[in-house]
Design a protein around this ligand. Structure first.
Ligand SMILES: *[C@@H]1O[C@H](CO)[C@@H](O)[C@H](O)[C@H]1NC(C)=O
Ligand SMILES: *[C@@H]1O[C@H](CO)[C@@H](O)[C@H](O)[C@H]1NC(C)=O
Ligand SMILES: *[C@@H]1O[C@H](CO)[C@@H](O)[C@H](O)[C@H]1NC(C)=O
Ligand SMILES: *[C@@H]1O[C@H](CO)[C@@H](O)[C@H](O)[C@H]1NC(C)=O
Ligand SMILES: *[C@@H]1O[C@H](CO)[C@@H](O)[C@H](O)[C@H]1NC(C)=O
Ligand SMILES: *[C@@H]1O[C@H](CO)[C@@H](O)[C@H](O)[C@H]1NC(C)=O
Ligand SMILES: *[C@@H]1O[C@H](CO)[C@@H](O)[C@H](O)[C@H]1NC(C)=O
Length: 396
């Protein structure tokens, strides 16, 4: 009787993994970087150990978890490549530190994920780009052929994936950079760098579709989020931005002719002491392209320099050519935007004389000026309409 009972248990135990597998919840397999030779002393370069752990995890056919236990890891430039045989997760308990030796600076990526489907990146540790060692080498403001410094984390051709609870400080270039991604959700990230750090965009998105950003705190030296050519269907909500240059579509029109930006929604977000709030910027003169179906809604501005901006004469370089932008801006809504502007011009919409903006709507705008006198709006070459509260007085 007892043996038969035992046998039944053994049979049950043997069958258990199969029934779990049928339900699709096989437990994940862990690939601990320590087992691949990583040393958490903050000094040893762990690039090879991390890549070995990733490569074995990638070959495994089930759910793989590359695990970085607590501690501080020096990590050189690494590329985690797919396609992989199963779903992948990169889970950081520890802190990763980038090199401070200038010989490692002139590459475009610190940590890269490429051609991966169904990836999760998360962590309670943080990514320390150690940017202060490199910002002095950034001469991109004066030199259009400048060598780029490495972005902290790049996602190239990453699909059906999630990045959450990630913290990044002091990147050498942008914090997170997305290129050719599809269906990627980013939530609960905190991205920090000094207000005067050069080109430290929070999240930079190009040529990507179906991107969702929610619950992010971004305090950085450049745009909190920037969406450049080929970006479509982006939903941004619950972002706190500042210091920083705001949430921007563009700059567009300098390269990538005809790569439209469309389907952008920014909502329920707060800007605190940032240089801009919500902005669309295009170069002039420029190549032809279209930015359309863009909405900015339910937004609070706290002492923001330029809360609402469309700038079709964008050129941050010392020598700019004269001409009009050929980027068509169309179907843009600013709705329920309230708060305080730190300069007098709270709404500044400067479209292209060659291709005036079409169907721009200002609905319930209430932006006071933190100074004497009322706030102002300035518009040129823009067709559209305004209704509801209009402070400053509308110029459409
Ligand atoms: C996927 O699994 C196959 C068979 O085990 C193996 O040959 C291949 O190298 C694996 N792919 C990767 C990306 O590791
Ligand atoms: C991603 O992987 C998980 C776990 O392996 C699986 O349940 C899920 O269906 C996959 N999702 C996609 C979009 O492939
Ligand atoms: C991203 O979020 C949306 C909405 O919450 C959800 O439908 C989608 O499945 C998520 N995608 C991934 C890859 O987790
Ligand atoms: C708006 O975002 C904040 C976080 O910044 C969140 O706490 C709140 O629930 C969000 N509200 C809505 C209506 O989504
Ligand atoms: C602007 O919106 C109108 C009406 O919804 C639509 O027909 C048109 O295609 C949109 N324009 C662009 C460039 O998306
Ligand atoms: C913009 O939205 C309108 C209305 O939803 C749609 O007809 C149009 O195709 C969209 N434009 C683009 C470029 O997707
Ligand atoms: C006005 O500006 C001052 C100085 O920058 C700042 O301390 C104060 O908080 C601002 N007031 C509001 C309501 O934003």
């Amino acid at each position: 009787m007892a043996t038969r009972y035992c046998l039944e248990i053994v049979v049950l135990l043997l069958l258990l993994p199969i029934s779990i597998a049928v339900n699709g919840v096989l437990p994940p397999k862990f690939f601990d970087v320590i087992k691949y030779g990583a040393v958490a002393d903050g000094k040893t370069d762990n690039s090879q150990a991390f890549v070995r752990a990733w490569t074995e995890a990638c070959a495994y056919g089930g759910r793989s978890r590359v695990k970085v236990p607590g501690g501080t890891y020096l990590l050189g430039s690494v590329s985690f490549e797919g396609p992989c045989n199963g779903s992948m997760a990169f889970v950081m308990k520890g802190t990763l530190k980038a090199p401070t030796n200038p010989q490692h600076f002139f590459t475009d990526t610190w940590i890269g994920f490429r051609y991966v489907d169904n990836l999760t990146v998360k962590g309670s540790g943080y990514l320390d780009g150690q940017g202060a060692s490199a910002w002095q080498y950034n001469d991109c403001q004066n030199n259009p052929q400048c060598n780029p410094l490495p972005a902290t984390m790049r996602f190239d051709f990453v699909t059906n994936s999630r990045v959450h609870h990630l913290r990044s400080i002091n990147p050498k270039n942008s914090h997170l950079n997305l290129f050719a991604c599809y269906n990627l959700n980013i939530s609960y990230v905190r991205l920090m760098a000094p207000a005067d750090s050069p080109n430290t965009d929070g999240i930079r998105i190009g040529s990507s579709t179906n991107i969702k950003i929610s619950r992010a705190i971004i305090a950085t030296g450049d745009d909190c989020v920037s969406m450049v050519s080929g970006t479509q269907n982006v939903d941004i909500s619950g972002v706190t931005c500042g210091p920083g240059h705001g949430i921007s579509v563009g700059s567009l029109g300098r390269s990538h002719e005809g790569e439209y930006v469309t389907g952008i929604s920014v909502r329920n977000s707060t800007f605190i002491g940032s240089d801009n709030g919500v902005r669309i910027k295009t170069w002039a003169p420029s190549l032809y392209s279209v930015a359309s179906n863009i909405s900015f809604q339910d937004i609070t501005m706290q002492n923001v320099k330029n809360p609402i901006v469309i700038d079709q004469q964008y050129c941050p370089l010392p020598h700019c050519l004269v001409g009009e932008s050929a980027v068509q801006i169309e179907n843009v809504t600013f709705k329920n935007i309230r708060g305080i502007s730190s300069t007098k011009v709270a709404v500044n919409i400067q479209c292209s004389g060659a291709r005036p903006c079409r169907n721009v709507k200002l609905i319930n705008i209430n932006l006071g000026y933190n100074g004497t006198g009322p706030s102002m709006s300035m518009c040129s070459h823009v067709k559209g309409l305004s209704y509801g509260t209009q402070v400053p007085a509308g110029c459409l």
